[in-house]
Design a protein around this ligand. Structure first.
Ligand SMILES: Cc1cc2nc3c(=O)[nH]c(=O)nc-3n(C[C@H](O)[C@H](O)[C@H](O)COP(=O)(O)O)c2cc1C
Length: 473
């Protein structure tokens, strides 16, 4: 493949790798990747915050279907922004037969994020999704493709059906996606369908088919995807367990260290010889954000590296400033620590948590938080006794989860990532005029070393500092 980036700025949800960060990285000639996670809600909240800077309005003005754009503007925009003690409007939660309002928000929000990241330069921009958050996939990908996204990157699951979806959307054809429903029977209807023509307000020319990069933690999964995917897989991100965000669980019987973190062993080793045999480009991720590691990756046959943590703390990222500065300060004083929490994420995947006062990484802050599920992106679909599809999250109130057939032990230590992750980027929900949702910051083990990107005597750095250091060798 021609023109491959050496550095991919990994997708970081929710809203950490926003259009600003991705645009900065792509402008520098590397690949900037926006996070596609929960963009519908993020757009709705940006508008309720009064759209500071007018960027959402600017994106809406370029959206190809003006009536849809106006509906969203009229519904969510609050001039001057909502009052700090006022709650954000709750959206309906995603379900298999998703309300049109949410599908429109997904299409438009994904369009805007990619459109803004592409503005002002001719270089490609990618978008990242978690396979596990399945329900928004079809309208979200369609929206991103309307804006000309060049790469779709997806991990946290087995995205075997995504390449075929990309192929269908090139000509605005309907696409389907199978929803995983636990306990579903063979004849249950679990297929989601999205018909672009149902949303179109005019005829559009064919779209460009983005390249599809699957994020994997094993060469076996990479081989399976090449053989079984519904269309072409164009390459891989091979991510190891020191990476920020969710990590693939260790293979075999789960074991915890004395500190309570998952233990990875030989079986988790990725055989790069097998990756090379696939003859597709791959990038190495997880502790690769240094000139030495980039050189090492190239020597191992990789096209380059994907980095997350290094970019999560630069000035352009969506992480709110007080969290960003506090963690940079901790890194500088040698007191930053990251815990790989086997329980925190409702997905059941290990999740890297930066320890930070005031965030729900602290037990007392976590315990003071009301247990609630009102965003619902990580809900699991299950077959109810009546044969319908129900939705449950182990982060919701325990009695509710158990009443839905969930196992009580699944609820232990679970955190409401949905609410915490939007709090991280400055859109916390407010409850009863008083309780303000707290954040939970994820970072890779690399957090302890991020001060290497700081300019001399500086306390903040930019994406350009990261790229310059990585390419300095
Ligand atoms: C704050 C943060 C959020 C992340 N969120 C996602 C995500 O939504 N989807 C994803 O595929 N990877 C996510 N990642 C992983 C990164 O894309 C990247 O692969 C990883 O950070 C690379 O390892 P490093 O942190 O050692 O550089 C996240 C990482 C961080 C630090």
């Amino acid at each position: 493949m021609a023109n491959l980036p050496k550095i991919i700025q990994g997708g970081m949800g929710a809203g950490i790798s926003n259009w600003r960060l991705a645009r900065s990285v792509s402008q520098l000639g590397q690949l900037g990747v926006v996070s596609g996670t929960a963009l519908d809600m993020i757009l709705a909240r940006r508008l309720q915050d009064g759209d500071p800077g007018g960027h959402m309005r600017h994106g809406l003005d370029h959206f190809p279907f003006p009536e849809m754009a106006e509906r969203i503007w009229r519904t969510y925009y609050m001039p001057g922004g909502k009052h700090a003690t006022e709650p954000y409007r709750t959206l309906p939660m995603h379900s298999k037969d998703c309300p049109r309002e949410l599908q429109e928000l997904c299409i438009v929000a994904n369009f805007i994020e990619v459109f803004l990241a592409r503005e002002g330069h001719p270089n490609p921009v990618g978008i990242n999704y978690l396979e596990k958050i399945q329900i928004p996939h079809l309208p979200s990908i369609y929206g991103a493709m309307l804006a000309g996204v060049a790469y779709v990157l997806m991990g946290a699951g087995v995205p075997v059906k995504i390449p075929g979806v990309l192929d269908r959307f090139v000509n605005h054809e309907p696409a389907t996606y199978p929803l995983q429903v636990s306990g579903a029977l063979e004849n249950d209807d679990t297929t989601m369908t999205f018909v672009p023509q149902d949303f179109a307000e005019c005829e559009l020319p064919p779209l460009t088919r983005p390249r599809f990069l699957a994020i994997v933690a094993s060469n076996t999964l990479a081989t399976t995807l090449v053989r079984k995917a519904s269309g072409k897989v164009d390459g891989f991100i091979v991510e190891g367990p020191v990476a920020g965000g969710h990590n693939a669980p260790p293979r075999g019987k789960p074991q915890l260290s004395a500190a309570g973190e998952p233990v990875y062993g030989d079986r988790d080793h990725v055989d790069l010889e097998k990756m090379r045999e696939l003859a597709l480009p791959f990038w190495l991720a997880g502790g690769f954000a240094s000139p030495e590691k980039l050189r090492e990756a190239l020597a191992l046959g990789a096209a380059g590296i994907q980095a997350g943590t290094a970019f999560a703390f630069c000035a352009e990222s969506g992480l709110q400033d007080d969290y960003k500065l506090a963690l940079i300060r901790k890194a500088a004083s040698g007191t930053a620590t990251v815990f790989t929490d086997p329980l925190a994420s409702p997905t059941g995947f290990p999740f890297k948590v930066a320890q930070l006062e005031g965030s729900i990484s602290q037990q007392e802050v976590y315990l003071a938080k009301p247990r609630i599920c009102d965003l619902g992106y990580l809900r699991e679909a299950y077959r109810t006794a009546e044969g319908a599809i129900g939705y449950r999250c182990p982060g919701e109130p325990v009695t509710t989860y158990v009443a839905k057939g969930g196992r009580r032990e699944n609820t232990l230590g679970r955190k409401c990532l949905c609410n915490a992750l939007v709090a991280n980027i400055g859109h916390p929900q407010v409850r009863g005029g008083k309780y303000v949702e707290k954040g939970l910051v994820t970072a890779g083990d690399d957090l302890t070393g991020i001060t290497r990107f700081l300019p001399r005597h500086g306390s903040a750095y930019r994406a350009a500092d990261v790229v310059a250091l990585l390419l300095s060798a």
